[in-house]
Ligand binder design. Structure first.
Ligand code: NAG
Ligand code: NAG
Ligand code: NAG
Ligand code: NAG
Length: 580
């Protein structure tokens, strides 16, 4: 699989009381710590601060080494923002498409003067001076020594960890902040979260699907023919743009992209080079995942100017995904569509962090930007709570109600461009953190009512945000990487850029007619009731290998389902349904 999703840590044995899960254990451990931290308070009591198994401890960080921490300052007018986003994304509202500029978003959400003052004087009191803010003033990024960081954040102890040749600084003990600043901060970035690992191999090589290894493979022409894109369906609007964001230690290579287009993109007008790279393209080897995203968004979203956001952040303490969110809040002009193949288990992240990232997605929606996330490659996922008890394992940001989540399909007949069935790896399910948003209640209730049997209700939160929202092919792609064409590349990191490119084509037609971008598309997508999408009704995705569910998660069904959403794009019909 080629996604950046963390593998389920199958076989992790939790030596704890059967009445406690890992999260309550962490909170309990915290409350104990707390007794020693007299005037400190915890911001992320439920954050998993343990070291993922692929990272190895090198040493304790030296006191004078530098870290760069990201302070997420409490914002204002969140409820107002939520209401406004509803209006600008609802095609029946007269405010539909009346998006805000980043400057206007800043006026709405920027922290109060009190918040800024309290946080700044706290930092200055510790001698922290080297700080940078963003245009919306709600993040502050500050460089300081390890010694100062540990004084600022009692409880934190920075160590150096290594994976392959990548090192970073993290603390595996939880941090607190002074009680005076506690209410002014959402969280501090650069202390705990490790970047998830990319799995740079394809399913074909793992031999997971011997029956499909004879498939001729998905290429741009297969994608364009299946989704009814003609040679004329390419971008022409001068101000259109799309982007992929990548957070792996791997790079797309311009020569790979050029060769891919030469080999596979004969019949339609396209671009063969990326317009802009934001961040640092390292000198290392090109990776399959990085090549895949760029090659396929530029094949469905053909002739549309494409940006790549890659590995932002230079310090060992930074979180690349968070850095990217900061960048978006600091750049007035960014592309209209972003596709991202990145995710982590919901249960490994603090609620404070996820809620704040969710607000960042709302900010993007208010600006008319579409955020597309891969739904993940582990089906419903599986989390082992106790020896006998498992639940499904939702992935974030796929589970955010403010992003559009893309699942995966494969061809029913591997030799023909015919109809699609569920790709069993397609991530999907119900969030344990976010409530079901209004826009999807009807669709999800219908599924829950009509599709029987459902998995046992101890496995998922029936009232949570359900995903994915739609899907595309995710199986057996051809990619060029390190100048070599590679077959059998699979995962929802393939389907997501394909859908991204198609939304960009629709934006293009809208721009030519003087209409605004599609922006946060979910409220409108669910109102379409599947119009313009090929319904995927066959197959189930995978989940826990236990007696109760026997490896089966949810199953596809007519209309919306938590495996393939509303289905896959039929471009001309989808376009028509979205052209006003
Ligand atoms: C945001 O952009 C401004 C202006 O380019 C820059 O000075 C500042 O350092 C940036 N902030 C961050 C956190 O990078
Ligand atoms: C689109 O593709 C489908 C299936 O390949 C086909 O049946 C249909 O006629 C095509 N055109 C439109 C406008 O739907
Ligand atoms: C490709 O896009 C450019 C604008 O970026 C436009 O001028 C040109 O006409 C487009 N090509 C085709 C074949 O539509
Ligand atoms: C394209 O962008 C430029 C600069 O941002 C702007 O001045 C111009 O009006 C835009 N054109 C269209 C057609 O939106």
């Amino acid at each position: 699989m080629t996604s950046t999703f963390k593998t389920q840590s199958i076989g992790v044995v939790l030596h704890i009381s059967r009445y406690m899960n890992a999260k309550t254990m962490r909170i309990a451990a915290f409350v104990l710590c707390f007794i020693w931290l007299v005037n400190g308070e915890l911001l992320e009591a439920d954050q998993d601060a343990s070291v993922p198994e692929d990272w190895v401890l090198v040493e304790r960080a030296a006191p004078l080494e530098e870290v760069e921490l990201t302070f997420a300052l409490k914002q204002q007018n969140i409820n107002q923002m939520k209401e406004l986003l509803k209006l600008v994304s609802d095609p029946e509202s007269h405010q539909y498409g009346k998006y805000l500029s980043l400057e206007e978003v800043a006026d709405l959400v920027q922290p109060s003067q009190l918040t800024e003052k309290v946080v700044q004087s706290w930092l200055q009191g510790h001698g922290v001076k080297n700080c940078h803010t963003v245009l919306t003033r709600d993040f502050l990024q500050c460089a300081m020594t390890v010694q100062v960081a540990e004084a600022l954040l009692p409880g934190a102890k920075f160590h150096r960890y290594i994976r392959d040749s990548h090192t970073l600084l993290r603390s595996t003990s939880l941090y607190s902040v002074h009680e005076d600043v506690h209410q002014h901060l959402d969280f501090v970035g650069g202390v705990h979260r490790f970047p998830p690992k990319g799995k740079d191999i394809s399913k074909g090589w793992e031999g997971a699907r011997p029956s499909r290894s004879c498939h001729l493979g998905v290429t741009p022409s297969v994608i364009r023919s299946r989704y009814n894109l003609t040679a004329k369906d390419v971008g022409t609007a001068s101000n259109n743009s799309q982007a992929v964001a990548q957070f792996l230690e791997q790079y797309y290579h311009p020569a790979d992209l050029a060769e891919f287009m030469t080999l596979f993109a004969g019949a339609f007008t396209h671009m063969s080079a990326v317009e802009r790279v934001v961040g640092t393209q390292g000198g290392g080897k090109a990776g399959i995942e990085a090549s895949l995203d760029v090659e396929y968004i530029m094949s469905s979203g053909a002739n549309i100017s494409t940006w790549v956001f890659t590995n932002p952040g230079r310090h060992e303490s930074q979180e690349p995904f968070l850095q990217w969110m900061l960048l978006l809040s600091n750049m007035s002009a960014v592309p209209w569509v972003h596709t991202i193949s990145y995710g982590d288990d919901e249960d490994s992240l603090s609620d404070a962090y996820m809620n704040r990232i969710n607000i960042e997605f709302m900010k993007a929606g208010l600006r008319g930007i579409s955020m597309l996330f891969a739904s993940g490659d582990s089906g419903a996922g599986c989390r082992h709570l106790t020896k006998e008890r498992n639940t499904f394992r939702p992935s974030f940001p796929a589970s955010s109600p403010y992003v559009t989540t893309v699942g995966g399909t494969s061809f029913k007949n591997p030799f023909k461009v015919t109809y699609e069935v569920t790709d069993y790896i397609s991530g999907g399910g119900f969030s344990n953190v976010f409530a079901m948003p209004d826009y999807q209640v009807g669709a999800v209730q219908a599924y829950l009512k009509n599709v029987q049997p459902l998995p046992p209700q101890t496995y998922f939160s029936i009232t949570g945000r359900a995903y994915p929202d739609l899907a595309a092919l995710s199986d057996n792609y051809w990619v060029v990487t390190n100048r070599i064409p590679v077959p059998w590349v699979s995962g929802t990191s393939a389907s997501t850029p394909v859908v991204g490119g198609i939304l960009s084509l629709i934006n293009d037609q809208r721009f030519l007619k003087g209409l605004p971008s599609l922006g946060f598309i979910n409220p409108r997508l669910y109102k379409l009731q599947g119009k313009g999408l090929f319904d995927v009704t066959e197959g189930c995705h995978l989940s826990c290998l236990d007696d109760k569910v026997e490896g089966k998660g949810f199953c596809a069904s007519p209309s919306w389902d938590p495996v393939t959403g509303w289905g896959t794009p039929n471009y001309p019909v989808f376009l028509k349904a979205l052209m006003d």
